[in-house]
Ligand binder design. Structure first.
Ligand code: NAD
Length: 314
């Protein structure tokens, strides 16, 4: 296999911190360059402090390490993004423009862009939301991802840049904490259960959302990036489904392990965001084009989350 040098932006986040380890295992620790706004504590491997809004610094790193692939994870997420919409738009789009421009200039082989179920709004059907649904996102984050997907496709069509993308559902993992999304409750709730604390949920108990376990989402990302170029038929972003459930479902799953777990519900502004999102996603194209299949259902997620967090806290 030809050796790759892979740069990851936003590598210190919920996904990046796990994806970097997976890439290090796959390609070798010396071939992975992790970067983020802030230095990471106890980081094992190559790390560079990088604000991806700074195109000349980005270019310096691409040249310095002879980078061949970029995973552009840096972004401001849905709930946090609403606090400062213009700033969110600027960060999410400008960092992406920088990655696209530098990738064309330096003949980068492949670029990964994570999109989100936040691209869908109330004009898409809520159940088994189709790949080609009308996109009218209600958040600035969703608007930035919708535009970002189209910019990725534009660079593919205009310059032949091999941009690949997934519309991630809410990601659940024990390894890291989420960074300000609408689905964060589904991680926080397990931490509360392990600590024997009550949980106050900011979504209503019957709010069904598409979610995915960290193992599955990392595997989906690596499988998409490994797929032969000719099999990638969608150059905006692939729908991706893991498992859909409500807060009530997750509480019931936790109660099979922790029967005394207590939850109260106090919906806040994140309920309005969730109301505009799909409850499940039709990912037929991902399954057909490059063989996607999730492994984890809610019981398997709950069992693994609780086992892993018990080790972490005890
Ligand atoms: P996160 O908020 O945990 O991490 C994002 C990282 O980006 C942070 O470490 C932050 O410091 C960094 N960052 C922000 N602005 C930056 C800049 N200007 N330059 C460099 N770094 C910057 O997010 P995450 O959950 O790890 O998400 C990673 C990607 O996946 C994002 O693009 C996000 O939109 C997407 N995504 C995540 C989820 C999810 O449930 N976690 C769902 C859908 C899509």
């Amino acid at each position: 296999m030809k050796s790759e040098k892979i740069l990851i932006t936003g590598a210190g986040g919920q996904l990046g911190s796990v994806l970097v380890k997976a890439l290090q295992n796959k390609f070798g620790i010396d071939n992975i360059i992790a970067s983020d706004l802030y230095m990471l504590k106890d980081f094992d491997g190559i790390f560079e402090q990088l604000d991806a809004s700074d195109i000349s610094h980005l270019e310096t790193l691409v040249t310095k390490y002879k980078v061949t692939q970029i995973y552009h994870l840096a972004a401001i997420l849905s709930a946090k993004g609403e606090q400062n919409p213009i700033h969110t738009w600027n960060v999410n789009l400008n960092t992406w423009f920088n990655v696209l421009e530098i990738s064309v200039k330096h003949n980068i082989n492949k670029v990964f862009f994570p999109s989100s179920i936040a691209v869908f709004g109330d004009m898409a059907s809520k159940v088994h939301t189709a790949q080609d649904s009308f996109l009218n996102p209600s958040t600035v984050y969703g608007m930035s991802k919708t535009a970002g997907e189209n910019w990725g496709q534009y660079y593919f069509l205009k310059y032949g840049l091999d941009v690949r993308s997934l519309r991630y559902p809410g990601v659940i993992g024990y390894q890291s904490m989420p960074g300000g999304g609408t689905t964060d409750y589904a991680v926080e709730i397990y931490h509360k259960a392990i600590k024997n604390e009550a949980f106050e949920c900011y979504l209503k108990d019957d709010t069904s959302l598409p979610m995915i376990y960290m193992d599955d989402v990392i595997r989906a990302t690596l499988e998409l990036m490994d797929a032969p170029k000719a099999s990638i038929k969608i150059r905006t972003s692939y729908n991706l489904q893991g498992i859909s459930f409500t807060p009530k479902d997750i509480v019931n799953a936790i109660k099979t392990f922790y029967p005394n777990f207590k939850v109260t519900y106090k919906p806040d502004f994140r309920q309005d965001i969730a109301n505009n999102w799909p409850s499940s996603i039709d990912d037929t194209h991902a399954r057909t084009d490059w063989g996607w299949k999730p492994n984890y259902d809610l019981h398997a997620i709950t069992k693994d989350m609780l086992e892993q967090l018990e080790k972490k806290y005890n």
